[in-house]
Structure formats: C-alpha cells, structure tokens
Design a protein around this ligand. Structure first.
Ligand SMILES: Cc1cc2nc3c(=O)[nH]c(=O)nc-3n(C[C@H](O)[C@H](O)[C@H](O)COP(=O)(O)OP(=O)(O)OC[C@H]3O[C@@H](n4cnc5c(N)ncnc54)[C@H](O)[C@@H]3O)c2cc1C
Ligand SMILES: C[S@@+](CC[C@H](N)C(=O)[O-])C[C@H]1O[C@@H](n2cnc3c(N)ncnc32)[C@H](O)[C@@H]1O
Length: 554
C-alpha cells in the first residue's frame, strides 16, 4: 500500500513486525484504521527466538508479573481473537512445574502470602517423574502457565497483513527517511504518507534518533533446541532454566542473560551455561539440535514503554517488552492504540513522557527565580527613572543598590536600617557601583514618615521590606512584629497610585512566624478598592518557607 499526494495519508505506519508491532497492528486494524507495517525481516528479532512463556510468577524470587490480572485477561482475550481470525492455534496451556533450586527458594515460596495474588498454585504429592527429573527440594505447579508459539503467531498475522497489502519488507532509516508535513509524515523512499509513525523496533530502538533519552538495558539471550527421547513430560519444567515441550521429542531449553555482549550469534559459553543448569535437574540424556540467540529489548525500570514524541506528536514509540513480551504486549498495545486514536491518557507507569525526561545540562535547566529576585522584577516594572523609592531594611545593601539603579541618578533612594554595621556594608556596596543617589538612615523604618521629606509623601514609587536579621551578623537584631506592622502601614500611606510595597517575610526563625502571620493579616484586611494584594511562596512545600507579600496601590 502506497499513498499518492491525491489520497488521504494513512492513519498509521508501524516500524517492526515483532510481538510489539504485530500486536499493535491488530489493535489498530480492529477499529478500522488504515495503515502498514514496515519490517526489515533480517531474522534478528527477539520475537523470532522467544519461547513465548507466559507464567504468572517468574524469577528466583517468584515475583508475580506486573499488573498480573489485567495483563493476563488482556492477553487471553487478544490471542483468542487473533486465533479465531487467522484460523490458526498458537496459544496453549501446558502448565508449569517449578522446582525449588534449594532451601532458600523453598523458604521464599513459604514466606509469601499467595492468597494476595491471582495465581493458582498446586503442590501435588508427586510433582515430577522421578526417573526423568531430580527434585530434592520439591516445588509447586502453576497449572495456568501458558505458551504462545511466537513464530506461529507472527506468521499467521503476517499472512493476513500480506493478504491485505499492509506489510512492506524494507528498512526504514529513522534519521533520513522522514519528512514532516502539516499533521503528517512523508516516508521518502517508501512512497507513503501517514498521520502517525510508531516505532516498534525492539532492541534496535536504542539507536533511534527521535527517542534518544530512552535508556536501554538490553539483554542478549540464548536458547537450545533439544531432542530428548522417552521424556513424557507435557508441562514446562523450570529450575533456573526452563525446558519446554514442543512435541515429537523436541524441547526448547533456556535461557541466558547477557547485558554486556549484545552481538548477534550464539556462543559456546551460552550453550554450556544452559547445559550445565539443565543437568542439575534433568536426568535423561539429550541431543542439541539447534541453538539461537536474540536481544531482549529491556528499558530502564524493566517495564514496557509507550508514548508520543514531545515535539512531534506524529511520532510514537512502543518498546521495552523485555523478557515478557507475550504476556504484556496485548494490554500495552491496547493502551497505546486508545491513546493515539481516542486520546485516552497513558498509564504514567508506561508513559515515555513521564519516565524519560530530556536530559538537559544543569546550566540549561530552567531555574525558578528566588523571591528576592521576584520582588526586584515586580518593582522594576513599576519604578520610573527620577522617582523616589525606599529600602526599609538596607542590610547588606542588595536591594538598595538595585533601587539606586532603578531610579537612576535623577531619582532618590532612602535606605533604613537600625544597625550601623548594615549601613556600612550598604555604603561600601554603593561605592563599588558608584551610585550617589542614596540617603542612608540609621533609624527604624517605623519612623519612615518622619524621616522622609514631606515633598515625597504620597509620591513614593516603591518600598521594599526584607524582614528578619542581617545575614552573617547578630541574629538577635531582627525586625519585630510591632515596628514592622507600623512601617508597612506607613509605607502604604506614602506610595503614589500604582506604587508598590513588597514585603519578604521569613517564618522560619524565632519570632518570624508571628511576624509573617501578622503581616499577612494586615495586608489581607486592606481595602480592596484601594490596594491590590498577592502572596507568593518559594517553590517548596515547607511551612517555614519564605513568603513574598505584594501590595500595589490602585
Ligand atoms: C532468548 C530469549 C527468550 C525469550 N523468551 C521469552 C519468553 O519465554 N516469553 C516472553 O514473553 N518473551 C520472551 N522473550 C522476550 C521477547 O522475545 C521480547 O519481549 C519480544 O520479542 C520483543 O518484541 P519486539 O517486537 O519489541 O522486538 P523484536 O522482536 O526485536 O522486533 C523488532 C522488529 O523491528 C524490526 N526493525 C527494527 N528497526 C527497523 C527499521 N529501522 N526498519 C524496519 N524494521 C525494523 C526488526 O527487524 C524486528 O523484526 C525472549 C527473548 C529472548 C532473546
Ligand atoms: C534580612 S536583612 C535585609 C537584607 C537586605 N534587604 C539586603 O538586600 O541585604 C534585615 C535587616 O533589617 C534590619 N532591621 C531590623 N529591624 C529594623 C528596623 N526596625 N528598621 C529598619 N531595619 C531594621 C536588620 O538590621 C537587617 O539588616
């Protein structure tokens, strides 16, 4: 299927026909969407070697699978439907005999409260045939364990896709083959236009330039095909490695996990590892008739990942099926399909955008300005050159210098502080920047009206308060509730229409809590017709975080 410029673009293109791409393709076909799958069919996919086991608990620690009841039900419904449509059986329920490797794994099993999990467990008198298997520590049976014949599932699906002309055997280069149009993508070299392009590339997705922040932890695995004469077992048997009956005396055995060497191809060390572990519980001789390897697409957190690109919503990803692709794919593909075409939200546990944030260098990350900076920004917007302003708490002189610059050489700053030390520091800072438009006053800000020339009463553009104590000095010398309230009320009477008073308060120090609370009461009781008020908190949830009160005279 190709799309010319006269036709509507396709609804979707899926890259990859492994378990992920195949399962998603069905979920998109069923509601009637038009699309194609592009697969390079080079024989290296994980799906081609997967044993297709679907077991409710896995691993040494017998961990129940992620969202077991949902994934299990979704997988059952999905595969049965595809079996019906393709008229080919590929889902069976052989059950599993799980043999304990030692006392430790038996103790782990006994410790668990199995009633908490939707897992059927049996412990028959004789778990396995003693002439075929060695099981000195016992074990248990999982009668519902299933097996998806993955190659059969993929082949049956492929036959349908081919019959509908919706499969292309081709290599899509994500770096060069995409051209973005309005609400669509053109796949140059493929003669296709599509609304959505969904990458289901398995471990090859690690090189996809559109989703570079997805952290892959891919794991190569190997599987042996064995001929075992006279083994009548029909269940999967597992003790560290699993043995899967495939009929006619043929069994699969595996598998290994190698996170370092991801090169294609089977290895002698992989073979030896499986053989050695198999011999620990299988008493019968066997012949190796096949040996394959594949790379499991594992991503950080070992959970599948679905989602759309942050900038180009035409691009989506479905990956990370790890070692449980058969069980997880139906539920996860269903969620992606519903998100892409019905706009349903993605479970944040799976969502690419939630789990992988763009890794910006620290310096490039946006920084929330401190409240002192926010106060200065607000004041800068109000004050005009040549005006009169007040720093009610000079301290180290940062706000005084800022105000001196804001009003310029023709303006005037009155800076108050009760401490000589503070005024000296402010004076030194002013001298550094060369401003001579500041009057330093060693007086309490409660006396601001008396200290200010009468001509300025009612025409002050801004008053800044930064309450508390002088950093790096005696913490006992601090602003006090009573004088602060007097000073703030007085300051409000001195500002012009449109003028601003900012008060930065620190509830975290002794007395600061009372002071901040009272300031808040004062400003909240101001007549709304005369003053516009707002309160900002610093970006933390702490109760003692600083508060910035902003009052603008109307
Ligand atoms: C040894 C082994 C044993 C396993 N056993 C089990 C098991 O018992 N049970 C289980 O559930 N899972 C098992 N798995 C895991 C299972 O195989 C994976 O979860 C699953 O196959 C991943 O499917 P996928 O579609 O994401 O990736 P893949 O199967 O790797 O498919 C990706 C496809 O995309 C194609 N592709 C990639 N890039 C491009 C491109 N640019 N252009 C065109 N095509 C492209 C590839 O050719 C490939 O066909 C096993 C895996 C291994 C390796
Ligand atoms: C947090 S500091 C101010 C910091 C200052 N805004 C700066 O930019 O460096 C608080 C200052 O208020 C002063 N102070 C305390 N009580 C005062 C009062 N009644 N009147 C004026 N200043 C006072 C303290 O001496 C201290 O220097």
């Amino acid at each position: 299927m190709t799309t010319t410029h006269d036709e509507q673009p396709l609804d979707f293109v899926i890259v990859g026909q492994g378990i992920a791409g195949t399962t998603l393709a069905w979920q998109l076909r069923w509601p009637g969407l038009r699309g194609v799958i592009i697969d390079r069919d080079d024989g290296t996919s994980a799906s081609k070697v997967a044993a297709g086991l679907m077991t409710p608990v896995t691993g040494k620690r017998l961990v129940p699978a992620w969202r077991l009841d949902e994934t299990w039900a979704a997988a059952d419904d999905f595969y049965r439907r595809v079996e019906d449509e393709t008229n080919s059986p590929f889902l069976t329920q052989p059950g599993q005999a799980r043999l304990f490797e030692g006392e430790e794994s038996r103790a782990e099993f006994d410790r668990r409260d199995w009633s908490e999990h939707p897992v059927e467990i049996r412990q028959p008198q004789q778990l396995v045939d003693a002439t075929s298997f060695d099981a000195p520590f016992g074990g248990f049976e999982l009668p519902t364990a299933r097996r998806l014949d993955v190659p059969a599932y993929l082949a049956a699906s492929r036959a349908v896709f081919v019959a509908h002309d919706t499969l292309r055997i081709a290599d899509l280069n994500p770096a060069t083959d995409l051209e973005f149009g309005d609400d669509e993508i053109q796949l140059t070299n493929h003669g296709i236009r599509t609304k959505r392009l969904i990458f289901c590339q398995g471990a090859l997705g690690a090189d996809n330039p559109w989703f570079p922040d997805v952290e892959f932890k891919a794991a190569r695995g190997e599987i042996l095909t064995l001929r075992i004469d006279h083994l009548a077992e029909t269940r999967i048997v597992n003790q560290g490695v699993w043995l899967v009956p495939c009929g006619d005396g043929i069994f699969k055995a595996g598998s290994t996990y190698d996170f370092d060497n991801l090169d294609p191809g089977a290895t002698t060390s992989g073979r030896d590892e499986i053989v050695e572990r198999l011999k620990k519980f299988l008493k019968l001789p066997f012949e190796i008739v096949g040996h394959e390897s594949g790379v499991r697409p594992v991503v950080l957190e070992r959970r599948p990942i679905i989602g759309v690109h942050r900038e180009f919503p035409q691009l989506a990803i479905f990956n990370g099926l790890g070692s449980k692709g058969s069980l997880l794919a139906p539920l996860v593909a269903g969620q992606l399909a519903e998100h892409l075409f019905d706009g349903r939200p993605i479970n944040p546990e799976l969502d690419y955008q939630e789990r992988f944030r763009p890794r910006l260098p620290k310096a490039a990350r946006p920084r929330i300005p401190r409240l002192t900076e926010q106060a200065q920004t607000l004041v800068r917007d109000v004050v005009r050159p040549g005006e009169t302003v007040i720093d009610a708490t000079a301290g180290n002189g940062h706000d005084t210098c800022f105000l001196a610059e804001a009003v310029g050489h023709d303006g005037r700053v009155f800076a108050f502080d009760v401490q000589n030390d503070a005024l000296q520091r402010t004076s030194a800072r002013l001298a550094d920047v060369g401003y001579a438009n500041v009057t330093l006053l060693q007086r309490s800000h409660a006396e601001v009206k008396a200290a200010l020339p009468e001509v300025d009463h009612g025409s002050v553009a801004a008053v800044m308060f930064n309450l508390g104590y002088l950093p790096g000095s005696d913490h006992a010398v601090t602003t006090r509730t009573e004088s602060s309230l007097t000073a703030i009320s007085t300051a409000l009477s001195l500002v012009r229409a449109g003028g601003i008073v900012t008060v930065l308060a620190y509830p975290g120090h002794a007395g600061g809590d009372d002071e901040a609370g009272n300031v808040q009461n004062l400003i909240e009781e101001l007549p709304a017709a005369e003053f516009e008020i707002s309160i900002r908190r610093s970006a933390t949830t702490s109760k003692t975080a600083p508060l910035l009160f902003i009052i603008v005279r109307r």
